[in-house]
Design a protein around this ligand. Structure first.
Ligand code: 5AD
Ligand code: SF4
Length: 465
């Protein structure tokens, strides 16, 4: 029997994409992926470092795996991802059961590193330029939406963030390879791609003669068989008319922009070294709304950055109110050793940060609910993911399926172009995963929209009664 491996993935989409590449590489080496570490020859942790909590999870998981290894000494334990890159040797010093540590920039060397394990522990977290001469093998998860990394690393050095240290400098993948990768995904049956990068919209800036990000969107819009293009994450300072114009012009590019603001205070934004003011941010948001009708804007917000005063925080509340984000990811500032903000004075006490978090979350929940409710009555295009399992006992008033006959599924889930989760009742033939259907929204909730397909079904019912 071939060797088996388990991989646990923490953190962002980029890590999940890396896991797909690692899986592709290991399959090429004759490994088979499995879910149970008790039956595995190799267990990998693809780690995250963005906040302290993410790092704590790694050692608790390693503790459990080291016990497993005591019972099965042949088991190899590997750690990769951002935390591995940061800590290198330090991980195996703290947890001697670890056999292999490799960094985010050393993934394609994995076959070679595994070969070295016969001679003892292997650590490789060296910073290297990515090899963009050909595509690495990849085993994609899911079947509808594929991740495609367009750039690696980050040159921005926002003062709170570890990413430039864990993923190295920014490199754009040549557009020729991106097109090839997207076309290959479409041939495999994927209908949607999400372009990934720490800062996608500075794409190509360091590569003379390369397309701009807007140019890349326009080029991918021509890929036949592809239905939808998404991307993340964009930086406000690189959000320009070329990019927004490409979103407006390219029918396959979804009307969703994730544009992290981080704070609404100019003083805090300056200390974060984000490179824009709150006003400048809001004018980019306005450009997006103006050029992309029905555009959905989402964001990331940090509360409790060192030195953040009540007044600074009020600036953040003001931006939430004015930008009217569809939803946000909100974080309490987490001090990361090695970053400039770590040694900034005036840390905000945990209690004040928690209160600000709650207050901003309350405001945002109200805005989200208002925006979602405003979609009631509208028709949105949904890419069907699949049926929602029916509860085993039909609710009162629902017709039960005749005995011996399974009722066809009636409720389905999918995603709108604006990235909303949509659950809908199908009044026609059951749609299949990947179908694009027009759903009339009947209820806009905080976390999902509820509706009916086809959109005319309800009108027909209404006129019949
Ligand atoms: N503390 C809290 N949030 C952080 N983020 C990045 N670094 C930190 C940190 N040290 C958040 C930012 C970023 C998102 C991916 O994670 O909002 O946009
Ligand atoms: Fe981190 Fe800033 Fe780079 Fe985003 S742009 S990855 S927040 S340094």
């Amino acid at each position: 029997m071939g060797k088996r491996f388990v991989i646990y993935t923490y953190g962002c989409q980029m890590n999940r994409y890396d896991t797909e590449t690692i899986t592709g590489l290991l399959e090429q080496e004759g490994y088979e992926r499995c879910e149970d570490p008790a039956g595995a020859d190799l267990v990998l942790l693809n780690t995250c470092s963005i906040r302290e909590k993410a790092e704590q999870k790694v050692f608790s998981q390693l503790g459990r795996l080291s016990q497993l290894k005591r019972a099965r000494p042949g088991l190899k334990i590997g750690v990769c991802g951002c935390f591995a890159t940061r800590e290198g040797e330090g991980i195996s010093r703290r947890q001697p059961a670890v056999d292999l540590v490799f960094g985010t920039q050393n993934i394609t060397k994995l076959p070679e590193l595994l070969g070295g394990l016969a001679g003892g522990r292997v650590v490789d977290v060296a910073a290297v330029e990515p090899d963009f001469t050909e595509l690495a093998p990849i085993r994609r998860e899911g079947s509808l939406s594929a991740w495609v990394s367009v750039a690696r690393g980050c040159d921005n050095f926002c003062t709170f963030c570890v990413v430039p240290y864990t993923r190295g400098p920014e490199w754009s993948k040549p557009s020729r390879l991106i097109v090839e990768e997207v076309e290959a995904a479409v041939r495999e049956g994927f209908r949607e791609v999400t372009l990934l990068g720490q800062n996608v919209n500075s794409y190509g800036r360091k590569s003379p003669g390369e397309l701009t990000f807007g140019g890349l969107l326009r080029r991918l819009d021509r890929v036949e068989g592809l239905e939808r293009i998404r991307f993340m994450t964009s930086h406000p300072k690189d959000c320009d008319a070329d990019m927004v114009g490409a979103m407006a012009e390219s029918p396959k590019v979804c009307e969703h922009l994730h544009l992290p603001v981080q704070s609404g205070s100019d003083a805090v934004l300056r200390r974060m070294e984000r490179g824009y003011t709150a006003e400048e941010y809001l004018s980019k948001a306005a450009l997006f709304r103006e050029q992309v009708p029905g555009g959905v804007l989402t964001s990331d917000v940090i509360v409790g950055f060192p030195g953040e005063t009540e007044r600074d925080f009020e600036g953040t509340l003001r931006v939430l109110e004015e930008a009217r984000f569809d939803s946000i990811f909100m974080f309490k500032y987490s001090p990361r050793p090695g970053t400039p903000a770590f040694s900034m004075p005036e840390r905000v006490p945990e209690e004040a940060a928690a209160e600000r978090f709650e207050e901003a979350a309350r405001l945002q929940r109200r805005v989200t609910e208002e925006l979602h409710r405003a979609l009631e009555g509208h028709v949105v295009e949904v890419m069907v993911e699949g049926p929602i399992p029916e509860s085993p006992s039909p609710c009162e008033g629902c017709p039960a399926a005749p005995p011996g006959e399974a009722a066809p599924p009636k409720r389905f889930a999918g995603r709108s172009r604006g990235s909303h989760r949509v659950q809908f009742v199908s009044e026609g033939l059951p749609p299949r995963p990947g179908d694009l259907v027009d759903v009339r929204i009947l209820r806009g909730g905080l976390h999902a929209l509820g509706g009916i397909w086809p959109p005319s079904a309800l009108l027909m019912e209404e006129s019949a009664s």
